[in-house]
Design a binder for this molecule. Structure first.
Ligand code: M6R
Length: 610
């Protein structure tokens, strides 16, 4: 949700900020803007659209100045137009600010400022904060204190970077609820909402903590809380390589990330899985092992794709460890006063580790005394830091807005977690060995599916223009049906719904006619025959059936118009394999329809507003 970059150092700031913004565009691409401080003036260029659109109308590389900020916006307050684009300035056009988050009490502050004669150009909450800082500066005469005083009055969330003509050697950054990272280079500093915008300059970073602010000059930086307490910053190393955030020859990040899955899945169990012992070592959970042993209930909370992974996790944990599991939308969990018992385990699943709803849910769970664990991809992210313990996905940076490799890595971790819990209880070693062996074989099986991508593309073309698509699956494959539908709708804008296959006859069957493609996940398991009956019900109403089936299944050809075969595996591992062709189907359909696959409309990769 909005990408922020700030730079202070010896280099010309603008090109550096622009290249950083391009790496952050997955966070929001409604508008783009930069502000450079050069002597006693601010040079601001901003407009609706992507960074490349702004570059087409202004030669950003020609702007001089070694201090500046930039922003890519995901609109919350106000249309995605030129005026609402960031940076915003105070009424004297001397202070410029970029903001990620929502100022919840902006109307109250705005009223106060209007009564004092201040004016506003945009409809945004962010401009109110910039003008407020400007007003405070007039009486305080110190930018750091003006920012701090304003933030003490602000309710809501923010990651902000502020620069001004009052001091061309000073940049202020602060955060609450929205991530901000300070890159520490040789006599230069880059502040950004994600390490992706920093890694080209330095690997040394400081993750700003909740309610922390940094005062950055050309010589160094200091940090403190917004409430003015001293803080101690730790410089850490970025945990990924620059190539991991490049497209690497693929047309889109999404396709690259789909193809990375044999490796990313393997990275999820490398050093953890013990096939011979039929067990798993999860170092990140060692300090909560006793609490896991005595857990009587597990609640998994997440959003979107991560929530679908959680549903598969529910089936896995209940089956292997016999612990009751509840799966909650993070956005609902917090606001319905959930009942939490002292020995409950709450698990947050998140690719970004910054999803505001998930973060709020774990804070609620912690406040109520639960042990909170994280299954997170982004190292050092807010959820990773705020949980008691956790397991990283190790999927590497995921840039495509549609989550793909993170989903299969989440399933990789959840399967191991369920195996680990099961073996702690009464799952026999032999059953553990069989599952562990199955996990170890998954990367090769994913490769075999990727080898069929041309055939999958051909099938995708047969329903690329359909207005609606249904996805149906049962048991472990029900969440995969939900995930397949989400992938299609978010990148191709085709209306798609996922259902448990047997639920179809309770309503959705009314939609079936010769124009309705229905994707069935019909892999061989104990309810296969029931799924075949559901397919027959669709055929009887002339629906078009695309089946994801197991290798060697010949019965399926009799009932499906198109079949995509995936290698055989155990039922509890089949969701991992079945999700791969669904990702490819969505991808090829979106490309065929001319959609922007990596940056679908209205979406952002990391949803840092509630
Ligand atoms: O970073 P998170 O896993 O917490 O994100 C949760 C959802 O916002 C995310 O999965 C979203 O649904 C994706 N666009 C799905 O492809």
């Amino acid at each position: 949700m909005c990408g922020i970059v700030g730079y202070i150092g010896p280099q010309t700031a603008s090109p550096l900020i622009v290249s950083g913004l391009k790496r952050l565009e997955y966070r929001g691409y409604d508008s783009a803007g930069v502000c450079i401080v050069d002597g006693d003036s601010l040079t601001i260029h901003k407009q609706a659209g992507k960074v490349a659109d702004l570059e087409r109308v202004v030669d950003l590389s020609a702007i001089r100045g070694t201090l500046g900020v930039g922003h890519t916006r995901w609109a919350t307050h106000g249309l995605p137009n030129d005026v609402n684009a960031h940076p915003h300035t105070d009424n004297d056009d001397a202070i410029a600010m970029v903001h990620n988050g929502i100022i919840e009490n902006y109307l109250t502050i705005k009223k106060k400022l209007e009564n004092a004669g201040y004016t506003f150009r945009s409809e945004t909450d962010s401009e109110v904060l910039a003008v407020f800082i400007g007003m405070l500066y007039k009486t305080i005469g110190d930018l750091e204190r003006a920012v701090q005083t304003a933030l003490q009055e602000v309710e809501g969330t923010f990651g902000i970077v502020v620069v001004s003509t009052h001091d061309p050697n000073l940049m202020i950054a602060a955060r609450r609820g929205s991530p901000l990272i300070l890159g520490v280079g040789q006599d230069e500093f880059v502040v950004a909402s994600d390490a992706a915008a920093i890694i080209a300059h330095t690997r040394q970073v400081v993750y700003l903590q909740e309610n922390e602010m940094a005062t950055i000059t050309r010589q160094g930086f200091t940090t403190k809380t917004i409430a003015n307490e001293a803080t101690h910053s730790v410089v850490e190393e970025i945990a990924f390589e620059l190539e991991e955030i490049e497209k690497g020859g693929f047309e889109h990040f999404m396709l690259k990330e789909i193809y990375e899955q044999p490796v990313t899945f393997h990275d999820g169990f490398r050093g953890r899985l013990r096939v011979d012992e039929g067990n798993v070592r999860l170092g990140g959970l060692s300090k909560v092992q006793d609490r896991l042993r005595s857990a009587q209930r597990i609640i998994i909370t997440a959003c979107g794709t991560s929530w679908h992974a959680a549903l598969v996790g529910e089936y896995l944990i209940e089956n292997l460890a016999r612990i009751p599991v509840e799966v909650e939308y993070a956005s609902e969990f917090r606001y319905r006063n959930p009942i939490i018992y002292p020995n409950d385990i709450v698990i947050a699943i998140s690719q970004s580790g910054e999803t505001a709803d998930t973060l709020a849910a774990i804070r609620e769970a912690k406040m109520k005394g639960a042990t909170v664990l994280g299954m997170v991809n982004v190292v050092g992210s807010s959820i990773a830091r705020e949980t008691d313990a956790g397991v990283y996905l190790h999927a590497g940076p995921e840039i495509g807005v549609a989550s793909t490799k993170a989903f299969t890595s989440q399933l990789c971790i959840l399967t191991q977690f369920a195996l680990f819990l099961g073996r702690m209880r009464d799952l026999p070693a032999e059953a553990g060995r069989t599952l562990a062996q199955g996990i170890a074989e998954i990367p090769d099986k994913i490769r075999q599916i990727l080898d069929q991508s041309d055939a999958i593309k051909e099938i995708a073309m047969t329903f690329a223009q359909a207005p609606n698509v249904l996805y149906l699956g049962r048991g472990y494959q029900f969440p995969v049906a939900l995930e397949g539908a989400l992938k299609l709708k978010e990148i191709s804008y085709i209306h798609a719904e996922g259902y448990p296959a047997a639920e179809m006859k309770h309503g959705p069957i009314a939609l079936i006619d010769e124009n309705m493609p229905v994707v069935f996940i019909a892999t061989k398991d104990e309810i296969y025959d029931k799924v075949i009956s559901n397919i027959e019900e669709v055929r009887a109403r002339r629906g078009r059936v695309i089946a994801i089936a197991s290798e060697g299944d010949t019965q399926i050809d009799r009932v499906a118009d198109h079949v995509i075969r995936i290698p055989e595996t155990q039922a509890m591992l089949a969701p991992i394999l079945a999700s791969i062709p669904l990702q490819l189907l969505a991808y090829y359909i979106a490309v065929e329809r001319g959609c922007n696959v990596d940056m679908p409309r209205n979406l952002a990769k990391s949803v840092t507003v509630e």
